[in-house]
Design a protein around this ligand. Structure first.
Ligand SMILES: Cc1cc2nc3c(=O)[nH]c(=O)nc-3n(C[C@H](O)[C@H](O)[C@H](O)COP(=O)(O)OP(=O)(O)OC[C@H]3O[C@@H](n4cnc5c(N)ncnc54)[C@H](O)[C@@H]3O)c2cc1C
Ligand code: FES
Length: 259
């Protein structure tokens, strides 16, 4: 883990309220692995003292990209940053996704902004010769991540809640059609998506890894603010995660406020 002052090289609104930011970050980008995250200081002069966690969306040599939803003060401040501005980052943090050596067919499941860590994973898997199918869900067509930014080898299947693109409904509705093909499943989305997945039959036969988003204080294992209950005891999302096996998390307890 390193602390680095990284230069913003580009920052633009990609979908409504969602920004794609590229940073020159020679210390953090090259060792980063899919599923890992960075803690970003937002605001000037400790305006917001707590750093905000963001998944590493893409990595390209000494550059890394973040894909973030504007939900509050920190992300609004980030959205205003321009090329040439500098950001204080800590990373890469967390454990990252784990592709098993014998896996050939990877099924990626993204709910909304959950696409953020999965593009980097798709890039790595394709470079290793694995086949990737991405199930991408959003509330409505303009909120779907643009297909032209995905590696062309990715097989893309979409769903929108209002039916304006792809199949009408939730992305989890499509899962049963693809789980037979998959050797491993990787998902990122809201907790409600994971809860639905736990009730689907394939979870007993296919390994599923999920990226878990909880409020974080430090990102470094110090504050215990990110602690969750799992079948194997209490875990810190920032250090033991953010990637967990779907069936290891006690989802009902998490939805009810965690530990
Ligand atoms: C490991 C990890 C990776 C993440 N990766 C991404 C990413 O790639 N892209 C992205 O857009 N977001 C990501 N998030 C969520 C992101 O950290 C929060 O949206 C961000 O911290 C909000 O900061 P804010 O100051 O704008 O919002 P605040 O003003 O702090 O809060 C505004 C709203 O956002 C909610 N919120 C705040 N922090 C979180 C959080 N950690 N998780 C969920 N909801 C939160 C609050 O409950 C509140 O409703 C990730 C979170 C974690 C833990
Ligand atoms: S965020 Fe502080 S211990 Fe995980």
């Amino acid at each position: 883990m390193r602390q680095e002052v990284a230069s913003v090289t580009a920052n633009a609104e990609l979908m409504p309220q969602v920004h794609l930011m590229w940073l020159e970050s020679s210390q953090i980008a090259s060792p980063a692995q899919p599923g890992q995250f960075v803690m970003v200081r937002c605001g000037e002069d400790f305006e917001y003292p707590l750093r905000r966690p963001f998944s590493i969306h893409q990595q390209d040599g000494s550059k890394l990209a973040l894909l973030f939803n504007m939900v509050g003060r920190g992300t609004h401040w980030l959205s205003q940053c321009q090329a040439g501005d500098e950001l204080d980052l800590l990373g890469p943090l967390g454990n990252g996704f784990s592709i098993h050596p014998g896996s050939h067919n990877l099924l990626l499941v993204a709910g909304g902004i959950g696409i953020a860590p999965l593009v980097f994973l798709a890039q790595q898997a394709l470079s290793q010769g694995q086949a990737v199918t991405l199930l991408l869900g959003a509330s409505t067509a303009p909120q779907l991540y643009p297909e032209h930014l995905l590696p062309p080898e990715v097989k893309l299947v979409t769903a929108t809640e209002d039916g304006t693109a792809g199949k009408k409904g939730m992305i989890t509705d499509l899962l049963p059609d693809f789980t037979g093909w998959a050797d491993q499943i990787f998902a990122c989305g809201p907790i409600s998506m994971y809860q639905t997945m736990t009730k689907q039959n394939f979870v007993t036969t296919k390994p599923v890894q999920v990226s878990l988003e909880v409020r974080m204080g430090c990102g470094l294992g110090v504050c215990y603010g990110c602690t969750v209950k799992t079948k194997s005891g209490l875990k810190q999302v920032c250090q033991d995660g953010p990637i967990f096996d779907l069936d290891d998390i006690l989802w009902e307890e998490l939805a009810n406020g965690g530990v």
